[in-house]
Structures are given as C-alpha cells and as structure tokens.
Write a protein that binds this ligand. Structure first.
Ligand code: 4AD
Ligand code: MG
Length: 478
C-alpha cells in the first residue's frame, strides 16, 4: 500500500514523535553512509533519514545515490543534528528506482538556469523549480478562489476557433488538409470548405469574445486557459503558448475594471505570501544572490519580499496615455536621447518607455488608460473625444505589461463602424454582434498573463522558467 505514506512537509511540521511512518521520495544527498536527505516535492526542506550502521548491506548502501527513489519506514525522532527538528530513524529501506550517479545530470550543486532549461523534465527536482511550480499552482488555485468567492462563473472558452480575437493576425492554423496537395479553389487559393471544420480555423489567441457572450447572461464570468500566439518574439516575456485569465463583467465601466484588476493582483500576491512563505523566502534569497552577480548600477533596489509587500500596501498609479507621453517627453532620458524608439502622441509604448514610467518615474505599478484607438483592438469602447479608447494596461516593475483590458464597445453602430475601419469581417462575427442587438449593456474585462504574474511573484527573469515546458520560436522540446 503506497498511500499510507506521510508527506515530508507534514512530517516536518508536526511535533508528533516516537511514531512509525513510511516516507517516499528522491535522494538529494547521502552523507557518511548514514544520512539521507530525502525530498518528495512537497517542500524544499528535505527530510533527514538516518540509516544506522548494520541496517543495510554494502550493495544496498551503494544504490542510495542522488536521484534514486526510496521507500523508508522508521520512527520519527527528535533530531540531534542542526537544521531540522525531527528526523526518521529507518527500520527498513527499499530502493524503488535506481539512479546512475554517473549519468544523472542533476548533481548536488548549483546549475545554471540555461542548463536546467535543457533538462526541463528533471528540473522540477531542484529547489528553485520546486518553489516556482508550487507557487504557480498556488496562484492558479487562488485565481479560482478569488473569482468563485465573488460569484463569477468559470466559463470554458474554446481552444479551436475561426476568429482572431485580437485582430493581430498572429494565429497558429489548425488543419487536417494535406500539405503536399491541398484542395484548391478555381482562383488557386486553398479550399477550406474541404478542411475538417469546413472553414479556416486556428488556435485561440484569447477567450475574450466568447467570454463576452457568457457575461451577457451570467453578468460575471472568467476564463482561465491556454492561449496561443505565433508572434516571432524571442524575449524574456513572450511565449507562443501561455495561460491567460480573462474576467468579463456586465455592468462594469473602465474604472470598475481597473479596481477589479488591482484587487485581483493584490489578492494573488497576498495568497502566495500567506500560503507559500517558505518558497518565497527561498526565491528571495536566490534573487538576492543573482543580483549580487550584477554590476551595482543594474541591481534592483528591492528584494523580492520587499517588492511584494510594497505592492500590497501601495495603490497603483493611474495615468492616461497622454500623461504618459508627456512624462516621457519631459524625462531626462528623452532629453539625453536615451530612448531607442521615437516618443510622440500616437506611438505604441515600447518596453523601454514602459520601464521608464514604472521603474524610474513612478517606482510602482502603473495603470495607463485612454490609448489612441488606432493602436488598440476593434472591440474597445470609443471615448467621447473620438480619438482614444477606454483601454487599460497595467505595467509592473521588471515585467512591463501584465494586464491588458478595456471597457467594450457596447453600441452596435460604433462597433460596426470600427470593424469596417479595421477590416474585421463582420459577417463571420455576427454571433458577437448579436450581444449588441439583443439587450446590450455596458461591460468590461481584462486579460492577465498568468506566466507574467508568476514571474512577478517568483522574481524569475525569464518567462521560460515559470512554465513547465516552454514553447517559443524554434523550440518545442518535451
Ligand atoms: O493585451 P492582450 O493581447 O489582451 C488580450 O488578449 C485581451 N483579449 C484581454 C482581455 O481584455 N480579455 O493580452 C493580455 C495579457 C498581456 O497583458 C500579457 O500579460 C499577456 O496577456 N500576454 C502574453 N504573455 C506571454 N506571452 C505572450 N506572447 C503574451 N501576449 C500577451
Ligand atoms: Mg496588450
């Protein structure tokens, strides 16, 4: 029977000694033919298992190597050694799986994140990735708790769609047509009528449009699922497959939307601090060490925990896009020609501009609203000035854009006009326009990039290190 085992985390937290337990896990280290550091992934803290001399024969002792998996039964005793309160004195030990120490790539020493990315199937067994992925789990769980407690309905929006929700044309096509000889129309174009769905389809870039349909009945919904973008961005903040949380709320305006997004981000951070203190402390240390390797001028002023506590305690700055442009134009960075990209009203803010606003000027998260309509999606509500839309982006220190959202255009005529101007095919989207025909209401929503949030909470600089198996341009291992 395997399920009678005690988890290491629970065992270490309990004062209940002199009882018999069975523990299972993987060997991190084995010292002096006597002390095993055993880890089962429930915590970074290893359980010390003491093998008394004479309990095991030579051959078995030799098989206790880093990476091997064990089943140990023994007595919980107060530890005489330093570093742990309790340990297990083994009365029997079984090797479940051997691990050839010569071939096992994880040695009990520090490995670079780059190296670990190449062995992503094994990196879960390191302290850094143990902490990162336990935190990722907690943040996912907290997301459901946050919205469930508020009465939002979790709506599963489709992965395969025929629409381009963002209108940016960055989609992965889904097809069963043969590549060598696809069926053609008379004009030589591919005949998608013969494709699996009878039309051209792709992986979704966002669940928002379907989310809006749900909000028009349940009032408040959220989606939380994978989204896909074929943008050729090889950066530390972009993935081709990433997870997004998209709440969509009827009877919300842009301000309600900002309030909800801000409350949600704070909630996630607080949840992580309350439930994963050990992991955050570990990552705080890890980051401090990483920072020490950098030249003084590039080091961040805050430690990870300090940063997270600061976010919880301070309201986000709220400015308009026009304010943002003016701040940039008046900045020393602009005057000293430090920006690579042009600054003027109408530009899409580049990451250097976002970083200046957040990290240099305000030194806290900033919500930017009122973007020019021409750089934003077709569904955003046109403001009375006729030039800007009720969009909102939340920019976070070290991350840049973490949330993108807006109040939606609920007026049928304005929406149709915008779709024509932006060449969005409205005949295929008539289901979407129906919500504006049949009892339309003011509504709003946003998308939080889950991996960027995990980066923020864990302090990991590269987005590839906060998703189990990253999909990026020219890379689809595992
Ligand atoms: O700003 P975006 O493109 O907004 C939308 O997709 C809207 N439909 C959301 C909504 O209003 N319901 O993306 C939202 C967020 C970004 O702010 C960013 O955090 C994340 O998704 N994101 C990415 N994360 C990782 N890799 C990428 N390639 C990402 N693209 C966007
Ligand atoms: Mg965006």
């Amino acid at each position: 029977m395997f399920n009678k085992r005690v988890k290491v985390k629970d065992l270490l937290a309990s004062n209940d000694t002199e009882r018999e337990v069975t523990v299972m896990g993987w060997v991190r280290t084995f010292r002096n033919n006597q002390f095993i550091a055993l880890n089962d992934g429930s915590t970074n803290n290893n359980l010390q298992v003491v093998v008394e001399l004479g309990l095991l024969d030579e051959t078995t002792l030799k098989r206790i190597t880093t990476g091997a998996s064990l089943k140990v039964t023994g007595t919980v005793v107060v530890s005489l050694g330093k570093g742990q309160r309790v340990e297990v004195k083994a009365s029997s030990l079984e090797i479940l799986g051997d691990c050839d120490a010569e071939k096992f790539p994880l040695q009990p020493k520090k490995h670079s994140l780059e190296f670990l990315r190449e062995i992503a199937h094994l990196r879960f067994r390191t302290n850094t990735f143990g902490s990162v992925f336990r935190l990722r789990h907690s943040l996912a769980f907290a997301t459901h708790k946050f919205f469930n407690d508020k009465g939002f309905v979790y709506l599963h929006t489709p992965i395969i769609t025929a629409s381009d929700a963002e209108g940016a044309g960055e989609m992965f096509r889904v097809t069963t047509l043969p590549f060598d000889a696809p069926p053609k129309n008379e004009d030589g174009t591919i005949n998608f009528k013969e494709d699996f769905f009878g039309k051209s389809t792709n992986l979704t870039v966002s669940g928002q449009l379907e989310g809006e349909l749900g909000a028009m009945a349940f009032s408040e919904i959220y989606t939380f699922g994978p989204t896909f973008r074929a943008e050729n961005s090889n950066t530390t903040r972009h993935l081709a497959e990433f997870w997004m949380i998209e709440p969509e709320m009827a009877f919300y305006d842009i301000e309600d939307n900002m309030n909800l997004a801000e409350e949600f981000i704070r909630y996630l951070i607080q949840y992580a601090i309350d439930h994963n203190r050990d992991d955050i402390e570990f990552l705080d240390q890890r980051l401090a060490e990483e920072e020490r390797q950098k030249p003084q001028a590039e080091r961040s002023e805050f430690g990870l925990i300090e940063k997270l506590e600061f976010i919880i305690q301070n309201k986000f700055e709220r400015i308009t896009y026009t304010d943002a442009i003016n701040i940039l134009l008046e900045s020393p960075a602009y005057k000293k020609k430090k920006f690579k990209y042009e600054v003027k009203w109408g530009i899409d803010l580049q990451s250097e501009h976002e970083r200046y606003l957040v990290e240099k000027h305000f030194k806290k998260p900033v919500i930017v609203t009122g973007y020019p309509k021409d750089i934003k999606s077709f569904y955003m509500r046109l403001n009375d000035d006729g030039k800007t839309v009720a969009a909102m982006d939340i920019l976070a220190p070290g991350i840049g854009e973490i949330v993108g959202g807006s109040q939606r255009e609920e007026r049928l005529e304005s929406l149709e006009k915008r779709m024509r101007e932006m060449h969005i095919p409205s005949d295929e989207m008539s289901y979407y326009l129906d919500t504006r025909r049949f009892g339309t209401v003011p509504h709003a929503g946003f998308g939080l990039g889950f991996e960027r949030m995990v980066q923020f909470v864990t302090g990991m600089t590269n987005i590839r290190d906060v998703i189990p198996f990253a999909r990026t341009p020219k890379n689809c291992e595992f």
